[in-house]
Design a binder for this molecule. Structure first.
Ligand code: 2P0
Length: 316
Protein backbone atom coordinates (compact mmCIF):
# COMPACT_ATOMS: atom_id res chain seq x y z
CA UNK A 1 0.00 0.00 0.00
CA UNK A 2 1.30 3.45 -0.83
CA UNK A 3 0.14 7.07 -0.81
CA UNK A 4 1.61 10.31 -2.14
CA UNK A 5 0.90 13.82 -0.85
CA UNK A 6 1.99 17.10 -2.38
CA UNK A 7 2.74 20.30 -0.47
CA UNK A 8 4.06 23.64 -1.60
CA UNK A 9 6.67 25.73 0.20
CA UNK A 10 5.57 28.99 1.72
CA UNK A 11 7.35 32.31 2.05
CA UNK A 12 6.76 34.37 5.17
CA UNK A 13 5.98 38.07 4.66
CA UNK A 14 5.88 38.58 8.44
CA UNK A 15 8.38 36.09 9.73
CA UNK A 16 8.69 33.42 12.38
CA UNK A 17 12.00 33.77 14.21
CA UNK A 18 12.26 32.41 17.73
CA UNK A 19 10.64 29.67 19.79
CA UNK A 20 8.74 30.05 23.02
CA UNK A 21 8.85 26.30 23.73
CA UNK A 22 11.66 24.35 22.09
CA UNK A 23 10.47 20.96 23.31
CA UNK A 24 7.11 21.36 21.58
CA UNK A 25 8.54 23.57 18.84
CA UNK A 26 6.03 26.35 19.51
CA UNK A 27 6.93 29.67 17.86
CA UNK A 28 7.50 32.81 19.90
CA UNK A 29 5.67 34.97 17.35
CA UNK A 30 2.83 34.73 14.86
CA UNK A 31 3.56 34.93 11.15
CA UNK A 32 1.91 35.55 7.79
CA UNK A 33 2.98 33.72 4.65
CA UNK A 34 2.07 33.02 1.07
CA UNK A 35 1.91 29.47 -0.25
CA UNK A 36 3.67 29.05 -3.61
CA UNK A 37 1.80 27.04 -6.22
CA UNK A 38 4.50 26.19 -8.75
CA UNK A 39 7.13 24.78 -6.39
CA UNK A 40 6.31 21.48 -4.73
CA UNK A 41 7.47 18.52 -2.70
CA UNK A 42 5.87 15.13 -3.30
CA UNK A 43 6.14 12.71 -0.38
CA UNK A 44 5.46 9.06 -1.10
CA UNK A 45 5.00 6.59 1.73
CA UNK A 46 4.96 2.85 1.18
CA UNK A 47 4.35 0.43 4.03
CA UNK A 48 6.53 -2.33 2.58
CA UNK A 49 9.85 -1.90 4.37
CA UNK A 50 11.54 -3.92 7.14
CA UNK A 51 12.71 -0.67 8.70
CA UNK A 52 12.14 3.01 7.89
CA UNK A 53 14.15 4.31 4.96
CA UNK A 54 14.29 7.69 3.25
CA UNK A 55 15.33 8.92 -0.17
CA UNK A 56 15.36 12.58 -1.18
CA UNK A 57 15.36 13.29 -4.91
CA UNK A 58 16.53 9.73 -5.53
CA UNK A 59 19.42 9.70 -3.01
CA UNK A 60 19.33 7.65 0.19
CA UNK A 61 19.41 10.10 3.15
CA UNK A 62 19.71 8.22 6.47
CA UNK A 63 20.94 11.49 8.05
CA UNK A 64 17.51 13.08 7.52
CA UNK A 65 15.53 9.99 8.53
CA UNK A 66 15.17 10.54 12.32
CA UNK A 67 13.34 13.84 11.90
CA UNK A 68 10.91 12.50 9.31
CA UNK A 69 10.38 9.24 11.25
CA UNK A 70 9.44 11.22 14.39
CA UNK A 71 6.97 13.23 12.34
CA UNK A 72 5.38 10.03 10.99
CA UNK A 73 5.19 8.68 14.57
CA UNK A 74 3.31 11.80 15.70
CA UNK A 75 0.65 11.27 13.04
CA UNK A 76 0.45 7.48 12.65
CA UNK A 77 1.52 6.43 16.16
CA UNK A 78 4.70 4.86 17.55
CA UNK A 79 3.36 1.40 16.67
CA UNK A 80 3.01 2.21 12.96
CA UNK A 81 4.42 -0.02 10.24
CA UNK A 82 7.92 0.77 8.93
CA UNK A 83 7.80 2.96 5.82
CA UNK A 84 9.78 3.57 2.67
CA UNK A 85 9.68 7.34 2.36
CA UNK A 86 10.63 9.07 -0.87
CA UNK A 87 10.58 12.79 -1.30
CA UNK A 88 10.91 14.68 -4.57
CA UNK A 89 11.07 18.46 -4.89
CA UNK A 90 11.27 20.60 -8.01
CA UNK A 91 13.48 23.19 -6.30
CA UNK A 92 16.81 23.09 -4.36
CA UNK A 93 16.44 21.76 -0.81
CA UNK A 94 18.15 23.14 2.33
CA UNK A 95 19.05 26.49 0.80
CA UNK A 96 16.60 28.88 2.44
CA UNK A 97 13.68 27.93 0.20
CA UNK A 98 11.46 26.44 2.90
CA UNK A 99 11.96 22.85 1.77
CA UNK A 100 11.32 21.61 5.30
CA UNK A 101 7.91 23.34 5.25
CA UNK A 102 6.71 21.55 2.13
CA UNK A 103 8.33 18.25 3.16
CA UNK A 104 6.73 18.04 6.60
CA UNK A 105 3.37 19.37 5.42
CA UNK A 106 3.28 16.64 2.76
CA UNK A 107 4.50 14.07 5.29
CA UNK A 108 1.65 14.63 7.75
CA UNK A 109 -1.00 14.45 5.03
CA UNK A 110 0.51 11.23 3.63
CA UNK A 111 0.97 9.68 7.10
CA UNK A 112 -2.64 10.39 8.08
CA UNK A 113 -3.86 8.78 4.85
CA UNK A 114 -1.71 5.65 5.04
CA UNK A 115 -2.63 5.08 8.68
CA UNK A 116 -6.33 5.69 8.05
CA UNK A 117 -6.49 8.58 10.54
CA UNK A 118 -9.01 11.29 9.74
CA UNK A 119 -7.55 14.48 11.17
CA UNK A 120 -8.76 18.05 10.80
CA UNK A 121 -6.49 20.33 8.80
CA UNK A 122 -5.68 22.36 11.91
CA UNK A 123 -4.61 19.22 13.73
CA UNK A 124 -2.39 18.28 10.78
CA UNK A 125 -0.94 21.81 10.86
CA UNK A 126 -0.07 21.45 14.54
CA UNK A 127 1.58 18.09 13.93
CA UNK A 128 3.57 19.48 10.99
CA UNK A 129 4.54 22.45 13.15
CA UNK A 130 6.03 20.14 15.76
CA UNK A 131 8.48 19.00 13.07
CA UNK A 132 9.09 22.42 11.53
CA UNK A 133 7.36 25.62 12.63
CA UNK A 134 6.86 26.98 9.13
CA UNK A 135 5.40 23.67 7.88
CA UNK A 136 2.12 24.39 9.69
CA UNK A 137 1.47 27.17 7.16
CA UNK A 138 1.91 24.91 4.11
CA UNK A 139 -1.30 23.06 4.98
CA UNK A 140 -3.19 26.15 3.83
CA UNK A 141 -3.63 28.01 0.56
CA UNK A 142 -2.97 31.60 -0.43
CA UNK A 143 -2.20 34.15 2.30
CA UNK A 144 -1.92 32.29 5.58
CA UNK A 145 -1.77 33.59 9.15
CA UNK A 146 -0.34 31.51 11.98
CA UNK A 147 -1.37 32.67 15.45
CA UNK A 148 0.13 31.55 18.70
CA UNK A 149 -2.58 30.18 20.95
CA UNK A 150 -2.05 28.85 24.46
CA UNK A 151 -0.85 25.32 23.79
CA UNK A 152 -0.93 25.13 20.02
CA UNK A 153 -0.95 27.20 16.87
CA UNK A 154 -4.02 28.34 14.99
CA UNK A 155 -3.61 28.63 11.26
CA UNK A 156 -5.99 29.90 8.60
CA UNK A 157 -6.16 31.32 5.11
CA UNK A 158 -6.89 35.05 5.38
CA UNK A 159 -7.12 35.65 1.61
CA UNK A 160 -7.26 32.96 -1.04
CA UNK A 161 -5.00 32.79 -4.08
CA UNK A 162 -7.69 33.77 -6.57
CA UNK A 163 -8.66 36.88 -4.59
CA UNK A 164 -5.18 38.40 -4.83
CA UNK A 165 -3.08 36.42 -7.31
CA UNK A 166 0.42 37.79 -6.71
CA UNK A 167 3.54 36.30 -8.29
CA UNK A 168 6.86 35.45 -6.70
CA UNK A 169 10.19 35.49 -8.52
CA UNK A 170 12.85 33.54 -6.63
CA UNK A 171 16.48 34.40 -7.38
CA UNK A 172 18.76 31.51 -6.39
CA UNK A 173 22.17 32.94 -5.53
CA UNK A 174 23.67 29.76 -4.04
CA UNK A 175 22.58 26.16 -3.66
CA UNK A 176 25.05 25.30 -0.89
CA UNK A 177 23.42 24.09 2.34
CA UNK A 178 23.22 26.87 4.93
CA UNK A 179 25.92 27.13 7.57
CA UNK A 180 23.55 27.18 10.59
CA UNK A 181 20.10 25.58 10.46
CA UNK A 182 17.11 27.78 11.28
CA UNK A 183 16.17 26.05 14.54
CA UNK A 184 19.67 26.38 16.00
CA UNK A 185 20.01 29.92 14.66
CA UNK A 186 16.78 31.00 16.36
CA UNK A 187 18.05 29.72 19.68
CA UNK A 188 21.36 31.58 19.24
CA UNK A 189 19.35 34.74 18.52
CA UNK A 190 17.19 34.27 21.61
CA UNK A 191 20.20 33.77 23.85
CA UNK A 192 22.52 36.42 22.47
CA UNK A 193 20.90 39.06 20.27
CA UNK A 194 20.36 42.42 22.00
CA UNK A 195 17.45 43.01 19.60
CA UNK A 196 15.60 39.74 20.23
CA UNK A 197 13.11 41.00 22.85
CA UNK A 198 12.34 44.08 20.78
CA UNK A 199 11.72 41.85 17.76
CA UNK A 200 9.19 39.76 19.71
CA UNK A 201 7.45 42.84 21.16
CA UNK A 202 7.00 44.54 17.78
CA UNK A 203 5.67 41.53 15.89
CA UNK A 204 2.01 42.19 16.76
CA UNK A 205 2.14 45.59 15.03
CA UNK A 206 3.67 44.12 11.87
CA UNK A 207 1.09 41.33 11.77
CA UNK A 208 -1.72 43.84 12.11
CA UNK A 209 -0.33 46.05 9.36
CA UNK A 210 0.20 43.12 7.00
CA UNK A 211 -3.25 41.63 7.68
CA UNK A 212 -4.88 45.00 7.01
CA UNK A 213 -2.87 45.48 3.80
CA UNK A 214 -3.78 42.00 2.53
CA UNK A 215 -7.48 42.40 3.27
CA UNK A 216 -7.43 45.79 1.47
CA UNK A 217 -5.22 44.39 -1.39
CA UNK A 218 -2.92 47.35 -0.66
CA UNK A 219 0.34 46.32 -2.36
CA UNK A 220 2.37 49.36 -1.25
CA UNK A 221 1.42 48.88 2.40
CA UNK A 222 2.25 45.17 2.23
CA UNK A 223 5.59 45.93 0.55
CA UNK A 224 6.46 48.39 3.30
CA UNK A 225 5.75 46.09 6.23
CA UNK A 226 7.19 42.96 4.59
CA UNK A 227 10.57 44.55 3.75
CA UNK A 228 10.71 46.13 7.20
CA UNK A 229 9.93 42.83 8.95
CA UNK A 230 12.50 40.95 6.85
CA UNK A 231 15.29 43.43 7.51
CA UNK A 232 14.41 43.51 11.21
CA UNK A 233 14.69 39.71 11.45
CA UNK A 234 18.06 39.81 9.71
CA UNK A 235 19.20 42.58 12.08
CA UNK A 236 18.40 40.25 14.99
CA UNK A 237 20.55 37.57 13.33
CA UNK A 238 23.43 39.91 12.46
CA UNK A 239 23.62 41.16 16.06
CA UNK A 240 23.71 37.61 17.48
CA UNK A 241 26.89 36.01 18.80
CA UNK A 242 28.18 34.39 16.69
CA UNK A 243 26.62 36.59 14.01
CA UNK A 244 24.49 34.83 11.42
CA UNK A 245 24.79 36.48 8.03
CA UNK A 246 23.05 34.39 5.40
CA UNK A 247 23.48 36.86 2.55
CA UNK A 248 26.09 37.01 -0.20
CA UNK A 249 26.98 39.79 -2.62
CA UNK A 250 24.31 38.70 -5.10
CA UNK A 251 21.68 38.81 -2.34
CA UNK A 252 22.40 42.51 -1.83
CA UNK A 253 22.52 43.19 -5.56
CA UNK A 254 19.09 41.54 -5.97
CA UNK A 255 17.67 43.69 -3.17
CA UNK A 256 19.05 46.75 -4.94
CA UNK A 257 17.55 45.60 -8.26
CA UNK A 258 14.14 45.20 -6.62
CA UNK A 259 14.38 48.68 -5.09
CA UNK A 260 15.26 50.11 -8.50
CA UNK A 261 12.35 48.32 -10.16
CA UNK A 262 10.00 49.77 -7.56
CA UNK A 263 11.43 53.25 -8.08
CA UNK A 264 10.76 52.74 -11.81
CA UNK A 265 7.12 51.95 -11.13
CA UNK A 266 6.98 48.15 -10.84
CA UNK A 267 4.85 46.57 -8.11
CA UNK A 268 7.51 44.50 -6.36
CA UNK A 269 9.14 44.01 -2.96
CA UNK A 270 11.77 41.60 -1.62
CA UNK A 271 11.90 39.19 1.23
CA UNK A 272 14.77 36.91 2.36
CA UNK A 273 14.71 33.96 4.74
CA UNK A 274 17.48 32.03 6.50
CA UNK A 275 19.50 31.70 3.31
CA UNK A 276 20.89 33.81 0.47
CA UNK A 277 17.97 33.58 -1.96
CA UNK A 278 15.90 36.67 -2.72
CA UNK A 279 12.16 36.29 -3.17
CA UNK A 280 10.63 39.15 -5.13
CA UNK A 281 6.89 39.32 -4.54
CA UNK A 282 5.23 41.16 -7.41
CA UNK A 283 2.08 42.02 -9.27
CA UNK A 284 1.55 39.42 -12.02
CA UNK A 285 1.79 42.04 -14.76
CA UNK A 286 5.30 42.95 -13.57
CA UNK A 287 6.59 39.37 -13.17
CA UNK A 288 8.40 39.20 -16.55
CA UNK A 289 10.15 42.50 -15.90
CA UNK A 290 11.21 41.40 -12.42
CA UNK A 291 12.39 38.05 -13.74
CA UNK A 292 14.49 39.68 -16.48
CA UNK A 293 16.07 42.12 -14.03
CA UNK A 294 16.99 39.45 -11.47
CA UNK A 295 18.27 37.08 -14.18
CA UNK A 296 20.74 39.81 -15.15
CA UNK A 297 22.20 40.24 -11.64
CA UNK A 298 25.77 38.88 -11.31
CA UNK A 299 25.85 35.75 -9.16
CA UNK A 300 22.25 34.73 -9.74
CA UNK A 301 22.39 31.06 -10.70
CA UNK A 302 18.77 30.50 -11.55
CA UNK A 303 15.44 32.29 -11.38
CA UNK A 304 12.08 30.61 -10.78
CA UNK A 305 8.64 32.16 -10.96
CA UNK A 306 5.59 30.98 -9.05
CA UNK A 307 2.04 32.00 -8.49
CA UNK A 308 0.23 31.39 -5.23
CA UNK A 309 -1.14 27.93 -4.59
CA UNK A 310 -3.09 25.50 -2.51
CA UNK A 311 -2.54 23.75 0.78
CA UNK A 312 -1.06 20.27 1.18
CA UNK A 313 -3.20 17.50 -0.34
CA UNK A 314 -3.16 13.89 -1.44
CA UNK A 315 -2.30 13.12 -5.05
CA UNK A 316 -4.19 10.59 -7.10
C1 2P0 B 1 9.65 31.82 8.32
N1 2P0 B 1 11.91 30.84 8.71
O1 2P0 B 1 8.74 32.41 8.92
C2 2P0 B 1 11.05 31.95 8.92
C3 2P0 B 1 11.78 33.12 8.35
C4 2P0 B 1 13.18 31.22 8.20
C5 2P0 B 1 13.21 32.67 8.27
O2 2P0 B 1 10.44 29.38 9.52
O3 2P0 B 1 13.10 25.13 13.75
O4 2P0 B 1 12.53 25.40 9.34
O5 2P0 B 1 11.99 23.72 12.01
O6 2P0 B 1 10.63 25.28 13.45
O7 2P0 B 1 10.33 26.34 10.14
C6 2P0 B 1 12.50 28.48 8.93
O8 2P0 B 1 12.43 27.76 10.08
O9 2P0 B 1 12.24 26.16 11.75
C7 2P0 B 1 11.55 29.59 9.07
P1 2P0 B 1 11.97 25.02 12.80
P2 2P0 B 1 11.80 26.31 10.25
O10 2P0 B 1 9.48 31.20 7.25
Amino acid sequence: MHVTARAHPNIALVKYWGKRDSARNLPAVGSISITLGDLWTDMRLEADAEADELSVNGDSRPDLLPRIASCLDLVAGDDRQPMSVSSHSNFPVAAGLASSASAFAAAVVAAAAISGRKLEREELANLAGRASGSAARSLYEGFVELENAAERVQVRTICDSASWPLSVVVAITSTLPKSVGSGEAMEISRRTSPFYERWIDAQGDDLQRARTAILARDFEALADVAEHNCLKMHSVMWASRPPMVYWNAATLDCMQAVRQLRADGAGVFFTIDAGPQVKAVCLPEDADRVRDALTGVDGVERVMTSGLGEGAHLLG
